[in-house]
Design a binder for this molecule. Structure first.
Ligand SMILES: [Zn+2]
Length: 315
């Protein structure tokens, strides 16, 4: 089976020709051009799909989109990067041009499906994926089925409340996992604390308060920086509570961490493995493993492609 995966970002569209057995065979990227309006974005996506699949028999198109997605109808309810898109029928708009089945999936579910067909979860029936980026996304496969819930919006793991008196979350609640342990929240906490720890290595490695990203915090923590270690410890503790909850609910074989912050690798994963043990019942010990995703910069394309492979599966 060959499909085209479209990783739809606010500034860049990455498109890949993906074979179910061989992975990415070809990829291109082009500007999204959101400011030029919906028609232009749709045109860019369609032209990218046509150019990459020229002369190849394609079974379907998968689009991974941020925001709230009606996956059954292929409708983007709303997406922060695309202010014009309110209940936009994305799959219909693209499908009518390229004349192929088009499937739209939110980026966290796409990521989980990508791990299933091309990553750590190959061949598994039960696993949990958590993406750590601007927010925290969740994708769960249980008994070989992607869990979506009644309205298709389930497994919002980032908005599980871990600290009721914690920071205000973008969703309006306080202390969601996302408000403390997403890549953006880790960077924001560092920018706030730097006033109290002006000598922190985080500031030196980032080269200025505004430049601070989660990767600077993890790098400084590795070098023994007190403030950075404190922030990492907090984020790890919050993630461990979330993962502990997932282990009790889903009894997964693997937990796979993706998104920008997963690039911290062992600096994140090793303390996380240790901390999770503090939050699970003894009977769950050694029933799971925790990994950082290895799909890295291809995760978006492979995830989008996998949502088409999953939708078209009949095998
Ligand atoms: Zn929230």
């Amino acid at each position: 089976m060959k499909v085209v995966g479209v990783d739809l970002g606010g500034t860049e569209i990455k498109i890949g020709l993906v074979d179910k057995e061989n992975g990415i065979e070809k990829k291109i990227s082009l500007p999204t051009e959101v400011s030029k309006g919906t028609e232009k974005v749709v045109q860019n996506i369609s032209e990218g799909i046509s150019s990459i699949s020229k002369g190849v028999k394609i079974d379907g198109i998968g689009i991974g989109s941020p925001g709230s997605i009606d996956r059954d109808e292929g409708v983007v309810r709303f997406a922060p990067n695309f202010p014009e898109w309110k209940n936009f029928e994305l799959s219909k708009a693209i499908g009518s041009i390229v004349n192929l089945p088009v499937f739209v999936e939110n980026d966290a579910n796409s990521f989980a499906l990508g791990e299933w067909y091309f990553g750590h979860a190959t061949g598994l029936t039960d696993f949990v994926c958590i993406t750590l980026g601007t927010g925290i996304g969740g994708g769960v496969v249980s008994h070989g089925i992607l869990i979506t819930g009644k309205d298709g919006i389930g497994t919002e793991l980032g908005h599980v409340i871990i600290e009721p008196d914690g920071p205000l979350c973008g969703c309006g609640n306080r202390g969601c996992a996302e408000s403390i342990a997403s890549a953006s929240s880790v960077a924001r906490t560092a920018r706030e604390l730097i006033k109290r720890f002006p000598e922190s290595l985080v500031l030196k490695t980032a080269g200025g308060i505004e430049n601070i990203q989660s990767k600077h915090v993890f790098a400084a923590a590795q070098q023994g920086d007190y403030m950075a270690q404190m922030i990492v410890e907090k984020a790890v503790d919050v993630l461990a509570r979330l993962i502990g909850g997932c282990i009790h609910i889903f009894n997964p074989e693997k937990i796979i961490i993706g998104g920008g912050m997963s690039k911290a690798g062992d600096a994140l994963i090793l303390p996380l493995r240790k901390r999770v043990e503090a939050y699970i019942m003894v009977s769950f010990r050694n029933t799971y493993t925790i990994h950082a995703s290895e799909l890295v910069e291809n995760a978006g394309i492979l995830g989008a492609a996998s949502s088409a492979i999953y939708a078209l599966r009949g095998d």
